[in-house]
Ligand binder design. Structure first.
Ligand code: NAD
Ligand code: RBV
Length: 480
């Protein structure tokens, strides 16, 4: 069993300098270490993380270790690892399996390595981003049960048996890689997934798309362990998704293309939290901005913020830049790209790579791909027009830049630490959010760093508006 796999362990010193530079920008995590560290509330907990292996995540990992946890990590995206940060963590003896530019086969291998402790067993807790580690356990258990149901054609083994028994038809490269690793886990131990599922005390989920998957599993009665929805802490989705993307979208586009944004026509698909941050950032960079929405409330919000609302199809001959932010599929089709203006930049900041039809674009008749540099490709169509696709349609802020800045990730990751402590304590059932009191606490930890001074309610004021003097200050239905 190998201890870690990163691009180059010699990058560890650089990674350590980057970590040390970022720590003061993550006051929530540093305070979490001071406040809870001495008690070691995560002592004995084996925590597996499937979350972008960035500098900010390195500081989360080291916080979990200060809290007493035994940690193993993989990235949740093939392009998002900061190789220096990964090396710095591996050099401390924490197993990391992540590098920038993994293949999908390597990605699922890394996920399985991070899920497997030296004794062959799985984790107690998972920190997930997008739900891939959770998916691995759930799909794996289905496969284990199917194999045990004994209907297997004895001649079939491994992946072939799984495909036959699960009735899996043509698999995508990604699905094939996932089921290959499931087959490998079952080869090492035919009971691997039932043992792992029984051991896991819970998962804390970072992002909108992963949270959707959890609620779908819960609705079907298939969720195998409790979960904390970190994304819908106010101090996560109303900060990271909006203000994080407001900074890291532009960073990704600029590092990829060096293009002047001022005066360009930019189209943002989706005006949820991420879309709001992206649209605002593009406007601040002096683009003309239009957005699309399916939800009339979000569409009206966009109108009130001064954005035009229209459809992708009506904007094909208008936009110089498209950004997808919906967490949905088939938002920009290959047909759309075939009709775009010459030199249009197309990118996605949603969690997965299916918002833009990349596979269909690659297979489009007569299309020619030129790689300008890693994660930047030009596609030239038969009629001579070209488009630029960033990070192969995967999240551009982590594929072409380094993700959100530390300050906003501190908020997200302080929620992650609190969620992990809650799950390890036990008693969580189904999918829950953190109590508002903790949400307010996360915000409070970040105020001093920005020079903010809170006003204290008087008893008379608190009674008048019906809240405790020390909070929580809002009912659960308040929307911020
Ligand atoms: P959200 O639900 O707040 O917003 C998505 C919006 O897209 C919704 O308003 C929805 O109505 C709209 N939408 C759905 N289908 C559409 C369609 N066909 N056309 C136009 N609009 C459509 O979710 P969010 O929190 O904004 O997250 C969006 C995605 O970004 C998710 O995949 C999430 O996991 C991811 N995310 C990425 C980052 C990052 O750093 N890259 C950060 C946070 C979230
Ligand atoms: N995200 N992480 C970073 N710098 O580590 N940047 C963004 C980082 C997370 C963010 O919380 C979002 O919900 C998720 O990436 C999408 O995969």
């Amino acid at each position: 069993m190998i201890k870690y796999k990163v691009k180059d362990i010699k990058l560890a010193e650089l990674g350590r300098r980057l970590i040390e530079t970022e720590e003061p920008e993550m006051p929530g995590l540093m305070e979490t270490r001071r406040k809870y560290g001495p008690r070691k509330p995560l002592k004995g907990a084996r925590i597996m993380g499937s979350l972008h292996m960035t500098v900010e995540t390195a500081i989360l990992i080291e916080t979990l270790k200060v809290l007493g946890a035994d940690v193993r990590w993989a990235s949740c995206n093939i392009f998002s690892t900061n190789d220096a940060a990964a090396a710095a963590i591996a050099a401390t003896g924490t197993p990391v399996f992540a590098w920038k530019g993994e293949t999908v086969e390597e990605y699922w291998w890394c996920t399985r390595e991070a899920l497997t402790w030296p004794d062959g067993q799985g984790p107690d807790l998972i920190v997930d981003d997008g739900g891939d580690a959770t998916l691995f356990i759930h799909k794996g258990l289905e496969c284990e049960k199917a194999l045990k149901a004994g209907k297997a054609n004895k001649a079939l083994k491994g992946l072939k048996a799984i495909k036959a028994l699960m009735g899996l038809g043509d698999l995508s490269a990604e699905e094939n890689a996932l089921y290959t690793e499931i087959a490998n886990a079952l080869k090492s131990d035919p009971d691997w997934f039932s043992k792992a599922a029984a051991r896991i005390k819970g998962v804390s989920e970072e992002t909108t798309t992963g949270v959707h998957r959890l609620y779908q599993l819960e609705a079907k009665g298939e969720l195998l362990f409790p979960a904390v929805n970190v994304n819908d802490s106010v101090t996560k989705s109303k900060f990271d998704n909006i203000y994080g993307c407001r900074e890291s979208l532009i960073d990704g586009i600029k590092r990829a293309t060096d293009v002047m944004l001022a005066g360009k026509n930019a189209f943002v698909c989706g005006y949820g939290d991420v879309g709001k941050g992206c649209a605002e950032a593009l406007r601040e960079n002096h683009c003309r901005v239009r957005v699309s929405e399916v939800d009339p409330i979000c569409a009206l919000q966009a109108c009130m913020a001064g954005f035009d609302v229209g459809t992708v199809q009506d904007a094909l001959k208008w936009a110089n830049l498209f950004v997808t932010t919906t967490g949905n599929v088939d938002i920009i089709t290959a047909e759309d790209m075939a009709k775009m203006r010459d030199q249009t930049i197309v990118c996605n900041i949603g969690h997965f790579d299916d918002e833009i039809q990349v596979a269909r674009l690659m297979a489009w008749p007569g299309v020619r791909r030129t790689t300008i540099k890693p994660q930047v490709d030009r596609f030239t169509f038969k009629d001579g027009h070209s488009i630029y696709l960033l990070a192969e349609g995967r999240l551009v802020n982590l594929g072409c830049a380094t993700g959100h800045p530390g300050f906003v990730m501190s908020s997200s990751f302080t929620n992650q630490c609190l969620a992990q402590m809650l799950l390890w304590e036990g008693g969580v059932k189904g999918v829950i959010r953190l109590p508002k009191k903790l949400d307010e606490e996360v915000a409070r930890l970040h105020l001093a760093a920005r020079g903010a001074k809170l006003t204290r309610l008087t008893k008379r004021q608190a009674d008048y508006i019906g809240v405790p003097v020390a909070g929580p200050f809002k009912p659960d239905y308040y929307r911020y």
